[in-house]
Structures are given as structure tokens and as C-alpha cells.
Design a protein around this ligand. Structure first.
Ligand code: TA6
Length: 282
């Protein structure tokens, strides 16, 4: 490992798992090598942007609840509904920290790698006043590799009942709660359990009047946006989310899933990315 910038330390977090902590003039952040999982990003002067469950488990085999889980090489149970574990193996496998660098303006970039028998992945995370992630998956095997991918980000909001997600008006989506296809009319608002896979990778915004802020999301090479909040009843059945915590977050996920999965030929690779920026909500 190269010499660390003064704003970066490597230590242990919950569950004695190794973490990289960033504490710069621009932002604070924490990344667990387990799952290459960002659990905190707090730009200077802001409320935390990523939501982390106080009841999350931090142990091998269990995904961390909150932050930015990496769903790879499949999403949910895969296109055929037969894959285990849920959302793939990347988020429950320890990644290597390959390098750390700091730009002249103080933004910190981490490069991490995951190397498995038939495929590998690299994650580039740049932490500053903005947060950006770029995930590349490479097929090292002899056969084609079907890849679904999602940056399954949990965003902190004051109260999901007052939040709107803009940028999806007129977009077709799979409503996983109703089990049917639909088309978005106007902004996405939250009145009950919401679990939707939109056929769009266009920029979206989370508008949060409670924190008087918007979270702008711009994506790279993604064809899907997943929007999820479990609401009250589903949360009660989730051991790693407090029963009263569901109003405090919304998942807006940059993804390529289902019909937008990538079939990687041997030796080829695919990349997906996103950038988050927090601005005031007038
Ligand atoms: O992205 C939404 C979703 O697929 C929901 O259906 C729900 O399962 C959520 O992911 C959380 O999945 P997890 O395995 O992290 O509990």
C-alpha cells in the first residue's frame, strides 16, 4: 500500500472488520473492506447522506444493512429467480484495498479489487464534496458470464412520506409490490411499501424538505433505477432494521438488471457508475 494521505486512516470498525476512514475538509466517509461497503459519506456542513441501520450485523456471511451494498454478479435472486445468496456474493466478500490517492483539491480516491475464480471486479470511490463510484466487472472465465449489477444505496431522509424522487416521469417500471408493469406519472412519492425497477438510467433527484436538501444522482452506463422503501409492515419482519426506522431512508439504486443484464464474453468487461451531489432545496 502506498503512503496514506493525512486524511486517510486504516483501522477496524464494527465487528472488528477492517475499515478505511476518510476525514478531510470536504467530507467524512467510512468504507469496510468487507463488501467494499461504504457506510458513511457526510459532506462538510451536511447531515449524513448515507443511512446505516443501527441494528446492522457486521459479520461474515451477512450483508451490512445500509450504506452502499454492491449487488454483483446478480441482483435479487438473478434474472431466473434461482440465485443465492440474495444480491450476489460481492457484498459479503472481503475486497483488497489496492491504492489510495488525494487530488490537489483534497478529494480522496480509493481503488479496491475483488478477484474470484471466473471473474473479478474493481471499485473506484472518490470522496469529496461529491461522491462517485465506478464498478467494473471482468470475465476471466472460459464461458460467457451474465452480469447484473446495482449500487444499492440507502439515502438518509428526514421522513420518506415527504420525499419526492424526480426525473422518472413517464418511465416504464416493474412494480414488484403489485407484480405488474406500470408507467410513472409525475414525481415518485411514497405512501406505502415501494419496490420498483425503472427502465431508466437518467439523472434523478431525491428532494427532501425535512433536511431542506436535494440529492442529485447522475449515472454512467446504467439502464435501470431501483426505488425501494420497505414501509412499516415489511420492516417489522427485518431483524436488522429497527421497527421505527423505515421513514428515515430511501433506496435509489443505479443498476443494470433483468433485461439489461450484460452478457460478458471471456476477457471482456462492463462498467457502471454514479455520482452524488447535495444541494440546497429552495
Ligand atoms: O432493491 C430492492 C430490493 O431488491 C428489495 O426487493 C429488497 O429485497 C431489498 O432489495 C433489500 O434486499 P436485502 O437482501 O438487502 O434485504
Amino acid at each position: 500500500m502506498n503512503e496514506l494521505p493525512a486524511s486517510v486512516t486504516i483501522g477496524t470498525g464494527e465487528g472488528d472488520l477492517p475499515v478505511v476512514d476518510i476525514n478531510s475538509a470536504q467530507a467524512r466517509a467510512r468504507l469496510y473492506l468487507y463488501g467494499a461497503h461504504l457506510t458513511e459519506w457526510t459532506p462538510a456542513g451536511q447531515e449524513p447522506v448515507l443511512w446505516l441501520s443501527p441494528d446492522s450485523v457486521f459479520e461474515d456471511g451477512n450483508p451490512i444493512r445500509g450504506g452502499i451494498p454492491l449487488c454483483l454478479p446478480w441482483f435479487s435472486k438473478g434474472p431466473g429467480g434461482d440465485k443465492e445468496p440474495m444480491h450476489g456474493v460481492a457484498r459479503i466478500t472481503t475486497w483488497e484495498l489496492d491504492s489510495v490517492s488525494e487530488s490537489a483539491d483534497g478529494a480522496v480516491t480509493l481503488h479496491l479489487g475483488l478477484r474470484l475464480e471466473d471473474w473479478s471486479a474493481s471499485l473506484t470511490v472518490t470522496v469529496g464534496e461529491e461522491l462517485s463510484l465506478e464498478l467494473t466487472t471482468t470475465n476471466h472465465g472460459e464461458a460467457n458470464l451474465q452480469v447484473e449489477e446495482a449500487l444499492h444505496t440507502y439515502f438518509t431522509v428526514a421522513d420518506v412520506k415527504n420525499v419526492r424522487v424526480t426525473g422518472l416521469d413517464g418511465v416504464a417500471y416493474l412494480d414488484k409490490v403489485a407484480g405488474e408493469d406500470a408507467t410513472q406519472s409525475g414525481d415518485v412519492v411514497f405512501t406505502d411499501r415501494t419496490d420498483r425497477v425503472y427502465e431508466s438510467g437518467a439523472p434523478v433527484e431525491i428532494r427532501d424538505p425535512g433536511f431542506s436538501r436535494r440529492i442529485e444522482i447522475t449515472n454512467e452506463a446504467s439502464a435501470n433505477t431501483v426505488v425501494w422503501n420497505p414501509w412499516e409492515e415489511t420492516t417489522r419482519g427485518m431483524a436488522d432494521i429497527p421497527d421505527n426506522a423505515w421513514p428515515g431512508f430511501v433506496c435509489v439504486e443505479t443498476a443494470n438488471v433483468g433485461g439489461n443484464a450484460t452478457l460478458l464474453a471471456p476477457g471482456s468487461h462492463t462498467t457502471i457508475g454514479t455520482t452524488y451531489r447535495v444541494t440546497p432545496l429552495e
